[in-house]
Design a protein around this ligand. Structure first.
Ligand code: GUN
Ligand code: ZN
Length: 449
């Protein structure tokens, strides 16, 4: 018999992935339990399976029951700017004008650590309210804003990746670093935060337009000096952006080749958007095993274009793709809603994209892209117990829509409800978010709200 000292159980409907539904039949990739049991010990998954069978092994287990709720692994946001929270939904511009008019003035306020702390708390509360438990996060050029973010994430025991924006040209003076200060500051931040508890660091040149070649050389050097760290940046989002980029780098034949030239295209590199990539660029990203963050609400909001998900998946190997909200160009913190918009973007191109494929990208797919699938992404025994409880009856309309599925409780019926959830979904559907097996901590719990 197993001692129940630090054990806790969760009972209800469970859905997760053990394979890639872009490569195989959904039924082969999915695990669904209509009445499942998740056993957590010291923050990690100790056991997972059918309640009827598993419960016998844990006769004294304390159980939290969610009888009509769907538990899924914590959602992963592969591209989001925490300082842009307060300027979400700013009217009327495309990328370059939007950056100058709204983004840069907002980011300039983050040189004050007190402001950054308030915003980091607000941002993390929003992530957790929406069921997002891991994110790849851009901060600002100010190291204080990076410290504020990591400190807030660490207080909540979150698995988060972030980095200081490197930007030494083509932005307002107060937002510029230099090639050498950006290197030094990033270096110090890596020493302080990379691999500290559940945190990791991403070298973050904003995009080619705002970095000199000297700065990109040093970004590449950081990647070489610290093989475990990530690279995050923007790529091929907007036609005017691409034109200006190639004017600034006249010897390069395409956008990706600039990042390649500086050693920034590797398997821990995450490129946001990639909307206007050529076939050659797609092929090179596939060969480098880099990741694209598909950010549909942002791409629609800024009028940037439609990401060719089907092209990225048709290559051999397929390009790792995850979903990004890209707040504040994106318009929702909800990964459910982001899946819904990804559906519309693919549908407009005559391609299929199921709710299950969307949920895969937001869980195991995102974890694989970040090479964190040994720790998060599904309910595999030994992984960290970050998960989300979805209320399939959160609104009268959703309740009506999912009634039959909750009677049937089959994978097909729940998958259909999940799709409806992505169309109708937002934070109201997230009943609870668990971090390492415990209810997520919000700013008010930490005395900072
Ligand atoms: N390209 C460079 N910076 C940004 C940013 O802040 N948001 C988006 N969407 N694209 C960018
Ligand atoms: Zn972005």
């Amino acid at each position: 018999m197993i001692s129940c000292s630090d054990l806790h159980g969760f009972r209800g409907l469970f859905l997760d992935f053990i394979g890639d539904p872009f490569d195989d039949f959904e039924a082969n990739c999915t695990r669904f339990f209509a009445d499942g049991l998740l056993v957590v010990e010291s923050g990690k998954i100790k056991d997972f399976g059918e309640y009827r069978i598993l419960k016998k092994q844990y006769p004294e287990l304390e159980i939290t029951a969610y009888p009509n709720q769907l538990m899924i692994p914590g959602l992963i946001d592969l591209h989001v700017h925490y300082p842009q929270t307060e300027m979400v939904a700013a009217y009327g511009e495309q990328l370059l004008e939007w950056l100058n008019k709204y983004t840069f003035p907002t980011e300039a306020r983050f040189k004050h650590q007190a402001h950054a702390q308030i915003m980091a708390d607000f941002f993390l509360d929003e992530l957790l309210r929406h069921g997002t438990t891991t994110a790849l996060v851009l901060t600002t050029v100010f190291p204080e804003s990076v410290d504020a973010f990591f400190e807030a994430a660490d207080r909540r025991h979150l698995r988060m990746i972030a980095g200081k924006v490197m930007m030494d040209r083509n932005a307002p003076k107060e937002l510029l670093d230099t090639a050498s200060t950006s290197y030094e500051q990033s270096h110090q931040l890596i020493q302080k935060w990379h691999d500290y508890h559940r945190l990791a660091y991403a070298v973050t040149p904003r995009f080619a337009i705002t970095s000199t070649p000297e700065q990109l050389v040093l970004a590449g050097r950081l990647l070489q000096e610290y093989p475990g760290i990530y690279l995050q940046t923007h790529l091929s989002e907007n036609l005017k952006e691409i034109q200006l980029t190639l004017e600034l780098f006249p010897n390069n034949s395409d956008y990706l080749s600039i990042y390649e030239q500086f050693g920034l295209v590797q398997s821990r590199s995450v490129f946001a958007h990639g909307i206007h990539l050529s076939d050659g660029e797609f092929n090179r990203l596939s060969a480098a095993q880099s990741t694209i963050a598909f950010c549909p609400t942002s791409n629609l909001f800024l009028g940037s274009g439609l990401f060719k998900l089907h092209t990225s998946q048709s290559l051999n190997p397929s390009i790792a793709v995850g979903l990004g909200t890209d707040i504040g160009a994106g318009t929702s913190f909800s990964i459910l809603q982001t899946i819904g918009e990804a559906y519309k973007v693919t549908h407009l191109q005559g391609q299929a994209f199921s709710g299950l494929q969307g949920l895969f990208l937001a869980t195991l797919g995102g974890a694989r892209a970040l090479q964190l699938d040994d720790k998060i992404g599904n309910f595999q025994i030994g992984k960290e117990a970050d998960f989300v409880v979805l209320d399939l009856q959160a609104t009268p309309l959703l309740s009506l829509r999912t009634r039959q599925a909750l009677e049937e409780k089959t994978l097909e019926a729940i998958a259909d409800s999940l799709f409806a959830l992505t169309m109708l979904g937002d934070d109201r559907m997230v009943q609870a978010t668990y971090i390492m097996g415990k209810p997520a901590l919000f700013a008010t719990d930490l005395g900072s709200g």
